[in-house]
Design a protein around this ligand. Sequence first.
Ligand code: HEC
Length: 122
Amino acid sequence: MRKVLLSAIALILVGCSSAQPLAVDLSPSAERGLKIAQQSGCASCHGSDFGGGTGPTWQGIIGTTVAFKGGASGVVDREYLIESIKYPDEQKRVGYSVVMPYNNLTDEQISEIVDYIEALSN
Ligand code: HEC
């Protein structure tokens, strides 16, 4: 029931915007990751095409250098993405005032979302 409701909300959110997910070739796991991201409300901050909004863009993000509050910086890779989805309040990026909310995604679901984010950098 909860799943059905979430899907309905995701459909409404997607329906409200003209932007669509980028048409890129997706592996089956990346395809699942896209659906999970859409159903988990990620698009409301990261953009309906995941090109950014309240949160950073997912497009082309792999390999970019990001600056953290406090002066450190890091290069975005798979590990970094997994950690930032698991522990959204651990590293705060310069330029973002909103703190990303915690989620209850499983490791497998997070891995599939990261497969999708990686596909946006190919
Ligand atoms: C309320 C808005 C919001 C929602 C909802 C949200 N995020 Fe975020 N997300 C952010 C912000 C803001 C940041 C940057 C946070 C920071 O580092 O200070 C971020 C950072 C990230 C990053 C790291 C990217 C980077 O460049 O550092 C990933 C990956 C990510 N989010 C994935 C997700 C996923 C997956 C979901 C859905 C389960 C999600 N987000 C939901 C706002 C959001």
